[in-house]
Design a protein around this ligand. Sequence first.
Ligand code: SF4
Length: 372
Amino acid sequence: MPNSIYIHIPFCKTHCPYCNFTVKLDHTGKLFKPYIQALCQEINNRTLNQDNNLIDTLYLGGGTPSILPIELLQELFETLYSVFKFSSGAEITIECNPGTADEHKLKDFKKLGINRLSIGVQTFDDQLLQKLARGHNVKQAKDIILNAKKQGFNNISLDLIYGLPNQTIQSWTESIKQALELPIQHISCYGLTIEENTPFAKIYTNSQNPLLPPEESLEKMYSILQDLCSENGFEQYEVSNFAQKGFESKHNLNYWKNTDFWGFGVSAHEFVNGKRKANTQNLEDYIKNPLNNQELLETNPALEDFMLPLRTSLGLNLKDYEIKYKINLLAGKDDLIRDLLKQNLIKLENNYLKITPKGFLLSTEIIGRLMP
Ligand code: SF4
């Protein structure tokens, strides 16, 4: 049984024009309570008569989980603590957006046992934040981080996005520098992708759009990020993630190791006993019937066990892979391996195949070329 739990909270203050997640704007909050009740029902029922493992990581993602009133989070945690036993050093993360958690709420998060915050800052440029319609400004972003520190949080991550419309190299560099001056231990950085059926898809119809930074700028932004993080003691441990030593996200590391995890809530995915499943994406349907609405997804363990570890700096254990799948990943690829090694895009170390920091920028292409 899994040692990790993911819980999806679908509510947000605004719907950011680039986001294609299952998100519900509920300014009155009238769906909050029914949703938490449905979630608790799902957790209770699906874990009934199970021999549950000790939980090492719990991740509340969304959406914006920090939007929920503390009483409802309490209700959810009471259910979780009654169903699962948590290990003493369990990592318990909540995603927060600036402007949704003041000092009191942050203090209450601590009381619930939450010990890690993942804060959606995205950029420290007010003009860009306005274009992203995030509903917060730079001051609010800094306030939540400083308040969290004041309340005793010492495991704080923030999200940044590069490749935003009108974003310059200078603005990006400034954002990273400002992030690194704050009391944080972890940074996740993603390049903007223009997702179908989003307002951004209508505006920025193709990647040649002059408002979007060109490919060369994106490469430059990524390498500036790598350099500044490394100079400031943030090690790159995955394509998009950087952390001070000991502050790597245990929850995400479990995903990349392709280990089991529970998933509860609307649109939540899970991987339990070798089966990958997804809950319905329809919030009303989920609230009405939080049970028996899971869909079985296809899995390809050999492919997942190949692709996921290669995203991390630890890399892929070739020997273990060969024992498990009877596939020698390097066989017949001499020229390709030599070429990638020569370009310093991969390295081979003690039976591990690793993509180098230089290679991370091209990780999708490299993984594609090395595919079994
Ligand atoms: S806050 Fe996050 S989840 Fe909510 S709409 Fe914006 S990007 Fe999507």
